[in-house]
Design a binder for this molecule. Sequence first.
Ligand SMILES: Cc1cc2nc3c(=O)[nH]c(=O)nc-3n(C[C@H](O)[C@H](O)[C@H](O)COP(=O)(O)OP(=O)(O)OC[C@H]3O[C@@H](n4cnc5c(N)ncnc54)[C@H](O)[C@@H]3O)c2cc1C
Ligand code: FES
Length: 266
Amino acid sequence: MAQRVIREIVEQQKIGPGYFKLVIKAPEIVAQAKIGQFVHIKWIAEERNSDPLLRRPISINRINHEEETITLVYRVVGRGTKVLSNLKPGDQLDIMGPLGTGFSISEDTNRVLVIGGGVGIAPLYPLVNKLIEANKEVILLLGAETAEEVIDLDSFQEFDLELKVATMDGSLGKQGFVTDYLEELEQEMDYIYTCGPTPMMKVIRDWAIDFNVPGQASLEERMGCGTGACLSCVCQVKIEGKDGWTYKQACTAGPVFPLREVIFDE
Ligand SMILES: Cc1cc2nc3c(=O)[nH]c(=O)nc-3n(C[C@H](O)[C@H](O)[C@H](O)COP(=O)(O)OP(=O)(O)OC[C@H]3O[C@@H](n4cnc5c(N)ncnc54)[C@H](O)[C@@H]3O)c2cc1C
Ligand code: FES
């Protein structure tokens, strides 16, 4: 069950242009966190200054049971993440979590494709780790603007898996979109996991439908409450086994949804 706790930042490190790694000691969240879940965080404001007012959702990038810490990797895009990047070890955060459904791993799959784009790579390390532990054959495709923005590259390189990278500026791997690799896949896939920008996941969703490959997509909708009450995070999802679709709250029914059921922009 999600909790609300006030906890200290243990480490804050700049890891790339506008990218930061934040380590927080949070035993209660560590005890419950599952792969693909997120925390909804707010900084403890000085005096009456509570700008920005709303929490910001960030995926859990690492769960360290020994140290009782969680790690978040985030990119500064606006006011909230800018304030977050200025915090120091010892500063406190107001954290709700762990939230959301997270990824699930099926015993019936063997060859698994994992595709991450941009900051959407952040929740994938614990997933890939679990897949390797479960003896799955993993093909990992990572895409980013530049080489410096490929989150966790060194850690992924330590796994026994097939890794391909695409960058928009060509500074690492193939130049262009990570989805360009889909055309080159030589083997059939049993399953796909993906997280990243909506246009990327839409291409992957269409490919998964064409090749009849099931999978899961983690959506990064804008969020307010994080608890299913405000409806700011609703997304369109097909109704299983029926025609038509329904709205679901990404914060409680997701952020991970069956890939082929997500309606990205239709
Ligand atoms: C479940 C979930 C997990 C996430 N995990 C991560 C993570 O691990 N690392 C990370 O860096 N970010 C993650 N995000 C996105 C992150 O929450 C937003 O970047 C953040 O809330 C922006 O806050 P801000 O105040 O800095 O920007 P704002 O001032 O609120 O917005 C600045 C710009 O970013 C855009 N933006 C804001 N929120 C989102 C969003 N959710 N998706 C796409 N664009 C957005 C706005 O449209 C605007 O253009 C996640 C989002 C969700 C829903
Ligand atoms: S963020 Fe409020 S319902 Fe999902």
